[in-house]
Write a protein that binds this ligand. Structure first.
Ligand code: KIV
Length: 256
């Protein structure tokens, strides 16, 4: 049965942990979906796979192109697509960008960063228009030049602000919130306070679900954030396979 937004909310009520990963093409999406990942995010962290230094340069067109390929690989998981930097900062632009994502890719929802007042208004309008929105607070990589990539919510004041933003996002109508790189006790407070699921990344074990960037998990990336866990090293394995192939070709051992 395909995963729905209502199912995610029921899973929170049943304390059934949600598994989420990112995807950027058909093959990765197919593998994650077949492995029963519940939520597949076409995250703008895909910028790293495309060779960008930060998530800022990635365009809506690039997100749409990759999201369409991901969609073709999914049978079961809920699919969410990030709106890239500066494609949702006023209501008309947000409606246009989110509308294109839902209409052209077949994703079920979009994700936006930030819980400040102007963003809350935009989110409320998208939700009223029938566009499911996932929130994202804590470390928001699209603000890298203002806040860096360090852990957020370390001071009591900052923790209170993030908690307030998360509550306001729920009131604005998001169906779930990503909590990125915040202390575990703050993630626990937010998770207990909200009736929608929290999906943590570098936010401790108490969230309703966990997400990681798949290129980190698979050891594709040349550098990972401190909270990522590398489950296999595909960089090494691919290099070895390519060297083996090259040697056999040069020695005329392949083809046999
Ligand atoms: O872009 C992304 O992959 C994300 C995750 C870090 C949650 O937003």
């Amino acid at each position: 049965m395909p995963v729905t937004i209502q199912q995610l909310i029921r899973w929170k009520q049943q304390s059934r942990t949600i598994v989420a990963l990112t995807a950027w093409d058909y093959i990765i999406a197919q593998l994650l979906d077949a492995a029963n990942v519940d939520l597949i995010l076409v995250g703008d962290s895909m910028a790293a796979v495309l060779g960008y230094e930060t998530t800022l340069p990635i365009t809506l067109e690039e997100m749409l192109f990759h999201a369409k390929a991901v969609r073709r690989g999914i049978k079961r998981a809920l699919m969410v697509v990030d709106l890239p930097f500066l494609t949702y900062q006023d209501i008309q632009q947000a409606m246009y960008s989110a509308g294109r994502v839902l209409k052209e890719t077949g994703a079920q929802a979009v994700k936006l960063e930030g819980g400040y007042p102007a963003m809350l208004e935009i989110i409320a309008r998208l939700v009223q228009a029938g566009i499911p929105v996932m929130g994202h607070v804590g470390l928001t990589p699209q603000s890298v030049h203002q806040v860096g990539l360090k852990q957020q919510g370390k001071t009591e004041e900052d923790a209170e602000r993030i908690l307030r933003d998360a509550i306001a996002l729920e009131q604005a109508g998001v169906f779930s919130i990503v909590l990125e790189h915040i202390p575990a006790d703050l993630a626990l407070r937010i998770t207990q306070k909200l009736s929608i699921p929290t999906i943590g990344i570098g936010a401790g074990v108490h969230c309703d679900g966990q997400v990681l960037v798949t290129s980190d998990v698979l050891g594709f990336s040349d550098r990972q954030p401190p909270f990522a866990k590398v489950y296999t090293n595909l960089r090494e394995k691919i290099t070895q396979a390519v060297q083996d192939f090259s040697e056999e070709v040069r020695a005329r051992k392949f083809p046999e």
